[in-house]
Design a protein around this ligand. Structure first.
Ligand SMILES: [Zn+2]
Length: 292
């Protein structure tokens, strides 16, 4: 998690001795009745502002900020205003939802045109690609963020260095789990049932042949998976059940990983509040509910 609204429940979650500063910031930054000018030139529109604290594990900015809006608009502040990073979990869950939409569409198509399932097959293949890519991005983001907060000085980042050093290793979730365990000490694989892990690894290999070999079994795929009744050059058919199962496994994994990730991100936030090395930044008001 990168962005927190400063409110009473948030303050009460903090250790008692560090609540004073966020409490003062809440008073300073939030309120109602500010006179603002709109982009269309109107004035005297009454707005309210909410206070936020942003502790970004990617760019390492730690800032207090407020965001004004007219009452009718809900705040939409999910990305770091300094580097644009969003929470890795939210990012991946959105993509997994897209995979569900594609799978549902494939099921309808297959029902409507049972004699020709070409399009449905393409959609299901893309469902696998989306899910495994979403997991890859999630594990990368979590790894980069946790490497930053574990090994790099406060307010500094080695994001580019970590990005380069992982190369394409995280395409294989097994490699990603090993790196995260070795470098950060969290055993994501241990959070999975063995059968789920095997299914995940199998589909990461299938994703590879979808992308690189038109979903036909090659020698590497056969050597790595030992799937029976498949020969070199055979087409691998993905069922809607396969994609649904894979989606379920990855969502479960992401939720378990997120708990571990959030604990460390929260510890970093507490450290930052304790050290008080913050920035103040007022985000500009914009009517269409975005900010700059
Ligand atoms: Zn950032």
């Amino acid at each position: 998690m990168i962005i927190w609204e400063i409110n009473k429940p948030f303050i009460n979650k903090l250790p008692t001795e560090i609540r004073k500063h966020p409490r003062e910031k809440l008073k300073e930054l939030s309120g109602r009745g500010t006179v603002i000018s709109t982009t269309t030139g109107e004035t005297n529109v009454f707005a309210y502002s909410k206070a936020f604290i942003i502790c970004c594990p990617f760019c390492r900015k730690f800032l207090y900020t407020s965001f004004e809006s007219v009452d009718a608009y809900e705040h939409d502040i999910s990305a770091c205003p300094k580097c644009g990073a969003i929470d890795p979990f939210e990012n991946s869950i959105t993509r997994l939802q897209n995979a569900t939409i594609i799978t549902d569409l494939a099921i309808v198509l297959a029902k409507n045109t049972p004699s020709d399932t070409t399009v449905a097959n393409i959609l299901l293949e893309q469902g696998v690609v989306i899910i495994i890519s979403a997991l890859e991005e999630f594990l990368k983001d979590v790894y980069f963020a946790l490497m930053n907060i574990t090994y790099v000085k406060p307010h500094r980042t080695l994001l580019n260095y970590f990005e380069k050093s992982t190369h394409n290793n995280f395409i294989d979730p097994g490699n990603a789990f090993v790196a995260i365990k070795k470098d950060i000490g969290i055993d994501f694989r241990g959070l999975m049932k063995e059968d789920d892990y095997k299914t995940l690894i199998l589909f990461s290999k299938i994703r590879h042949i979808i992308v690189h070999n038109s979903c036909r079994a090659d020698i590497n795929y056969l050597n790595q998976t030992h799937v029976p009744d498949i020969s070199i050059g055979d087409k691998i058919y993905i069922s809607s059940h396969d994609v649904q199962l894979l989606n379920k496994i990855v969502i479960k994994l992401l939720k378990n990983c997120q708990k571990e990730y959030n604990k460390l991100i929260w510890d970093d936030l507490v450290q930052n509040i304790r050290s008080n090395g913050y920035l103040n930044d007022k985000l500009n008001f914009i009517f269409n509910n975005t900010y700059r």
